[in-house]
Design a binder for this molecule. Sequence first.
Ligand code: NAI
Length: 338
Amino acid sequence: MSKIRLGIIGLGRLGKQHAVNIHHVIPEAELAAICSVVPEELNEMTSQMSPELVTEDYHELLAMDSLDGVIIASSSQQHCRMICDAAKAGVRNVFTEKPIGMTLDEIDEIKAAVTAAEDMRLQVGFNRRFDQSIQAAKKRLDEGYIGRPIQIRMINRDPAAMAEFIIKFSPQSGGLVLDMLTHDYDLARWMIGSDARSVYGLGGVFVYDGLKAVKDIDNCAILVEFENGVIGQFETSRNSAYGYHSEMEIYGSEGCIRVGTEPTKNRVTCLNKEGINRQCAEWFFEYWEPTFLSEIQAFVDCIREDKQPLVGLVDGYKAVQWGYAATEAVRERKVICM
Ligand code: NAI
């Protein structure tokens, strides 16, 4: 079977990771086209890979008939028009980073464009679903290990060490809830197999006053009622003193399942006169690195085997929809029914 030919739009933090994985790690795929509006990024990738097309205009990449699929890893504000343009250009397989769109109008536009394009497959970059521990936990849950699920609790904390970057990135990211918590919501609704019925939350600026000017917050706690009755608790922070922390617990009638209780950097434990010490993960990149490969491998497998992705249009749509409801719940301090 010939290699799956991919093109990528966006070669920043995440796009570069995807490009390197496709070129160096995934044997069934090749990176035939790259696009970025940053010439240095194009030069760096071209020197490593020599793709057939190198361009600053993503329309040129979408027009390349010989591609089997396109990865959109541009900044979030670009996703909607790039997904819609890919649909119009007849691209059959699209992987997009999250969020699929930045507003409720945008996600409606994307839904219409993808649905109108016959046979278009859209995979959304909710990478955590591809984590081996999370997949093992999901299997245990589905086998009934904890009986009837009653509560799902998510913790998502960014390190204080990245504060300067986070504040700078905030205006383009859509804010704390849309940018960070939609990962947790997607994971929670996949784990328990139900959508949110209502959402309530509290949050504010506790540490980084600079976020007030861009109407963002640095800490919040959100309570969700799922349609199947499960209670969801989502806690997030941008000022974790000890590093990056992502944790999930599902509590049920017969027990509980936990993933990531100790967000360690590696498996090393050090002991000295001060006691036992393990280093924490520093940033999401190192913690989730294997999932960035697995999700692109899954995208390639879906093209090769003509199957639907684990995380698609509906999931991307529902995450943004929930992100808006949760943001409103925190801002207005009231219960929002979905
Ligand atoms: P970045 O700012 O490092 O890179 C953005 C890239 O988009 C640059 O290469 C830039 O050239 C390209 N770009 C922007 N406008 C363009 C245009 N009109 N045409 C072509 N290229 C264009 O951004 P980063 O951090 O890599 O984030 C990219 C996306 O990935 C965001 O949507 C973000 O939400 C998502 N993301 C997802 C994560 C996850 O855990 N799944 C983690 C980090 C980011």
